[in-house]
Design a protein around this ligand. Structure first.
Ligand SMILES: C[S@@+](CC[C@H](N)C(=O)[O-])C[C@H]1O[C@@H](n2cnc3c(N)ncnc32)[C@H](O)[C@@H]1O
Length: 281
C-alpha cells in the first residue's frame, strides 16, 4: 500500500505508543522523536496494509499485538555502533581484566563476558578479538561472550557477523585478516571468534534468564534512552549480576548513579568494578 499523504499520528495515539514502548523497554520517547517514530512506523503500516494509526493501535491491542510490539521497538531504537568504539575500554580489558580471567579459565574456572545491548555485534566481536589476541585457546576453556539486544533484527545481524567495508574502518589489516573472511565487498567473521560467542534476544527491562554471574559487562550507550527509574533498576540488577571484583563498562555520556553506585568502585573513565560487599554478595 502506498500513501498519497502519510497517515497522521494524533497526540493521543502518540501518547499510547509512547506508553507501550516505555512499559516494554524502559525507553522514553520524547516529542522530539515523534517524526522519527512516524517515519519508521509508516513503513510498518504499509507492510500490514493499514491506512491509519487508529487501525494500527487497534492491531496492537489484538491477537498480533505482542509480536507487533517487538517490531515497534525495532522502529524506535538507535543502533549506532562501531568496532572498538570507545577504544580505551579494550585497552583496560587487555591490561586489567583479562589477565585474571585467563588465569581462572586455565585453572578450569568459568568466565563469562556480556555485551548487554550489542546492536549489530561490533561491540561483542571487539571483545572477542581482544580475548582471542590475549588468549587464543579460549575456546578450549569454559570462556564465553554473550551478546544480547532487545531488537531481534539486530541480534540476527550480529549472529550473521557480515560487515561492509565501511563498518570495518576501526580494524587494522592484521585484525581483518585474522578474524574475517573477505567475500567481494563484505567481510564475514571467522569461526575463531564465533567459537567463543553466543547470541540471544534479551530485553534489559524484563526478566533475565541467567543462572550465573558475569565477570565483565559492557552495557554501553543504552541507558541514555531510559528514564531515571528504568536506569536505576538496571544498575541495581547489574550489581547483582556482576561477580564481586568484576567489571562494568558504560557509555561515554553515561554515569553510574543512585543507590546501586555504592556497590561499585570507579576504576577509570566509564569503567567500574563490583565491590566485595560481604552482606550483599
Ligand atoms: C546505540 S546502540 C549501542 C550499541 C553498543 N552497545 C555500543 O555502545 O556501540 C543501543 C542498543 O540498545 C538496544 N536497546 C535499547 N533498549 C534496550 C533494552 N531495553 N534492552 C536491550 N537492548 C536495548 C538497541 O536495540 C540498540 O541496539
Amino acid at each position: 500500500m502506498y500513501f498519497d499523504t502519510p497517515p497522521l499520528l494524533t497526540d493521543a495515539q502518540f501518547a499510547q505508543l509512547a506508553k507501550i514502548i516505555h512499559a516494554d523497554s524502559g525507553i522514553v520517547l520524547t516529542e522530539a522523536k515523534r517524526g522519527l517514530l512516524m517515519a519508521r512506523l509508516n513503513r510498518r503500516l504499509r507492510t500490514l496494509g493499514l491506512s491509519d494509526y487508529a487501525g494500527y493501535c487497534a492491531f496492537l491491542d489484538g491477537p498480533g499485538g505482542a509480536d507487533e510490539r517487538r517490531q515497534i521497538l525495532s522502529a524506535v531504537t538507535t543502533n549506532v555502533t562501531a568496532f572498538f568504539r570507545e577504544a580505551h575500554h579494550f585497552d583496560v580489558l587487555t591490561k586489567k581484566v583479562l589477565p585474571g580471567l585467563i588465569d581462572i579459565a586455565r585453572k578450569g574456572g568459568r568466565v563469562r563476558l556480556w555485551s548487554a545491548a550489542c546492536s549489530s555485534g561490533e561491540e561483542a566481536y571487539s571483545i572477542a578479538m581482544t580475548v582471542h589476541e590475549a588468549f587464543p585457546e579460549a575456546a578450549r576453556h569454559d570462556f564465553l561472550i554473550l551478546a544480547t539486544d532487545i531488537d531481534p533484527q539486530m541480534v540476527a545481524r550480529a549472529e550473521a557477523g557480515i560487515y561492509s567495508e565501511n563498518s570495518m574502518n576501526g580494524l587494522g589489516d592484521r585484525q581483518r585478516e585474522a578474524f574475517f573472511v573477505r567475500s567481494g565487498d563484505t567481510y564475514e567473521v571467522r569461526e575463531n571468534l564465533r567459537a567463543i560467542m553466543r547470541f540471544a534476544e534479551l530485553n534489559l527491562h524484563q526478566d533475565w534468564p541467567f543462572t550465573g554471574k558475569f565477570d565483565a559487562v559492557f552495557c554501553r550507550n543504552v541507558v541514555i534512552y531510559f528514564d531515571e527509574k528504568a536506569r536505576q533498576r538496571l544498575w541495581q540488577r547489574l550489581a547483582q549480576q556482576i561477580t564481586p571484583g568484576g567489571h562494568l563498562f558504560i557509555g561515554h555520556s553515561e554515569r553510574l548513579d543512585g543507590p546501586a553506585s555504592a556497590a561499585f568502585q570507579l576504576a577509570g573513565p566509564t569503567h567500574y568494578t563490583r565491590k566485595h560487599l560481604a552482606r550483599h554478595d
